[in-house]
Design a protein around this ligand. Structure first.
Ligand code: CMC
Length: 361
């Protein structure tokens, strides 16, 4: 038995390859750092979907725009009580209203759902009216426009595209595995995505970037980094944005996202102070983690620079996990289809360690 299924191979996939020793992520034959910054999210979704849906058009942008417009009808179910919940819970509740299915139409609605529902949840929670999608815009530009109520610049849309592409797929991570388990029962794509979203929510997976901002804000100054981080480890806390089950070196997505933060800052003329501060905290954390756990290589993971990038885009930390879902949903869907196409029911076994058999009273 392997605790946490560490080292267990549970699927064959053509979708992505995570090489934890070399710090390399390949998505359908492309290194992640080559895709991020050069590819729109629609193109990355098409790359993942290719061969899994008979009727997938070569350009997903137009059909995805229409799917955003269609899914907006569900926003009517968003009342004030739901909007006050954690944004992931509110977005998940709206997504759960979509019917199950296995076709491209269902998949497009499911890609559109986090992108449309999250801005609506944030706006209603802030006392504003949800903004309807503009199907003519790119997915990333429309997400930013629906969130802020004002158009995004090309540089901002490109930065969000870089993020969504960077996180679109990542081997058999916990949420993708959950999505594949549900797909293996033939429950349908909406059920698979709900399983993925629920697994993503936890701080050990997709819930980490919001707490990264909390950590940076609590540290406040570079000089305070070391004492603050040492106190956190002494309390038994985990440092958010560091460590990974598979990577024993730096997560390649961290550098892809750091590059996107730099590009965005130079396009907007933003002061480099926040990035320099984050780099100082990162260096202190890496040093302290090496001292704290000399036998376990703990390096920067995707979530550290995710937090910086999404913050620079003006997105609230409470929404970061929802934004992660906006990207990863294409991966969940492609994996679900791949599982359906070739996989058997996923049904592992457990070792019983409970009481001996006894006679019921
Ligand atoms: N800070 C402090 N100690 C850590 C950290 C950390 N970030 N990560 C691992 N450790 C320690 C851990 O306490 C354990 O020590 P011990 O054996 O004494 O209990 C040892 O390193 C091994 O940890 P583990 O929990 O067995 O490793 P894992 O493979 O189960 O955990 C992880 C991977 C990502 C859950 C973990 O590194 C972690 O909790 N990181 C912080 C949360 C975080 O950044 N999450 C985002 C993950 S990346 C997004 C994604 O791809 O899903």
């Amino acid at each position: 038995m392997s605790e946490g299924l560490e080292g267990v191979i549970a699927a064959r996939t053509v979708l992505s390859d995570v090489d934890g020793a070399r710090g390399r992520l390949v998505i359908r034959g492309y290194a992640v750092e080559d895709l991020a910054g050069r590819t729109r999210y629609e193109e990355a979704a098409h790359l993942l979907f290719d061969g899994f849906f008979d009727e997938a058009p070569s350009d997903l942008a137009a059909v995805l725009g229409e799917a955003r417009a269609r899914v907006f009808a569900e926003v009517g179910a968003l009342d004030d009580g739901l909007a006050r919940r954690d944004p992931v819970e509110a977005m998940r509740a709206l997504l759960a209203r979509l019917p199950d299915g296995d076709d491209l139409g269902t998949a497009l609605l499911l890609i559109a759902a986090p992108a449309v529902f999250t801005p609506a949840v944030l706006r209603v929670a802030a006392g504003n009216t949800p903004i309807a999608p503009d199907p003519a815009l790119s997915h990333a530009a429309d997400i930013l426009r629906m969130t802020r109520g004002a158009p995004a610049t090309d540089a901002e849309a490109a930065a969000l595209d870089a993020y969504l592409v960077t996180v679109c797929d990542h081997g058999l991570n916990a949420s993708t595995f959950a999505a594949r388990v549900v797909a293996s029962t033939r429950a349908g794509l909406t059920s698979s995505v709900l399983a993925g979203l629920s697994a993503l929510k936890g701080p050990l997976h997709g819930g980490a970037p919001g707490p990264v901002i909390d950590m940076l804000d609590a540290i406040g100054t570079p000089r305070n980094a070391r004492p603050w981080l040492e106190r956190a480890l002494a309390r038994g806390d985990r440092l958010m944005g560091f460590g990974h089950r598979i990577y024993r070196v730096r997560d390649p997505r961290a550098d892809a996202l750091k590059a996107a933060v730099r590009t965005l800052a130079s396009a907007t003329g933003a002061a480099p102070g926040r990035l320099a501060f984050a780099e100082a905290v990162e260096q202190a954390a890496l040093e302290i983690l090496r001292e704290h756990k000399p036998d376990r290589p703990l390096d920067t993971n995707v979530e550290f620079y995710t937090a910086l990038l999404l913050e620079a885009l003006g997105l609230p930390p409470a929404s970061f996990t929802c934004v992660f879902a906006m990207g990863r949903v294409a991966g969940w869907l492609a994996h679900a289809r791949e599982q359906l196409a070739g996989g058997r029911l996923i049904r592992p076994q457990s070792v019983y360690v409970g009481p001996e058999v006894r006679v019921a009273a």
